[in-house]
Design a protein. Structure first.
Length: 217
């Protein structure tokens, strides 16, 4: 499967009538049909960050990646001309995936899920169940500033993320329950799933979590 990432160098927003022709393209390519780019974020300097997942082996920007397990996380930066600046890989023996990314403040915040034990730079995290939500903040050079895991005995994962100019991070957790969010009531172990909306400070400390859900997934 081939997944193309297009960097149109459109930061700030493109005015009406502007040229929307393709400026550059990169491809995440491997032998399986499970390679995908899930998150793309433009930075203030016009560069872009891309992430997602791949299985087995894959190539991005001429860099070969080898998964340590079922699926690993590719994480790359391209410059305003679409040239790859650096590529990294994160993952362990299980399923690992970044689903979203935000780089509007200069810092880069990625969210997703991970299984087992995974190192994000110098920070090593171990999931409480089959998978946990993970929130990681990176510096522009790709080094890890901080990484946090959230979840319980079931399957948990983070999805959308928004970062404010203050560095405050807001994201959502899809959870099967069995744990207690900060300042909220305990979530029973669910047959389906609920959502927990979560806000973190610039240092990764949670300031609040709020559960939303019903009888279905």
């Amino acid at each position: 499967m081939l997944v193309a990432v297009v960097a149109a160098a459109c930061y700030p927003p493109v005015p009406p009538g502007a040229d929307f022709s393709v400026r550059s393209a990169q491809v995440l390519s491997g032998p399986t049909n499970e390679d995908e780019i899930d998150g793309v974020a433009a930075a203030p300097d016009g560069s872009a960050y891309v992430t997602g997942k791949f299985e087995g082996t894959a190539t991005f920007g001429g860099t070969s990646l080898v998964s340590a397990g079922a699926a690993d996380i590719p994480f790359a930066r391209v410059d305003p001309l679409g040239r790859v600046v650096w590529v990294q890989r994160f993952g362990g023996p299980g399923e690992d995936n970044f689903f979203d990314i935000d780089a509007t403040t200069g810092r880069v915040v990625a969210t997703g899920w991970f299984s087992g034990t995974v190192a994000f730079g110098s920070v090593t995290l171990t999931a409480s169940g089959p998978s946990d939500c993970v929130v990681v903040t990176f510096r522009p050079d790709g080094s890890t500033l901080w990484a946090r895991a959230f979840g319980g005995p079931g399957r948990d994962g983070c999805n959308e993320v928004v970062v404010e100019s203050s560095g405050t991070v807001t994201t959502s957790i899809d959870t099967e329950g069995g744990w207690t969010p900060l300042g909220d009531s305990a979530i029973p172990m669910l047959g389906a799933s609920d959502t927990v909306l979560m806000r973190l400070g610039p240092d990764g400390s949670p300031s609040w979590m709020r559960r939303a859900g019903g009888s279905g997934a």
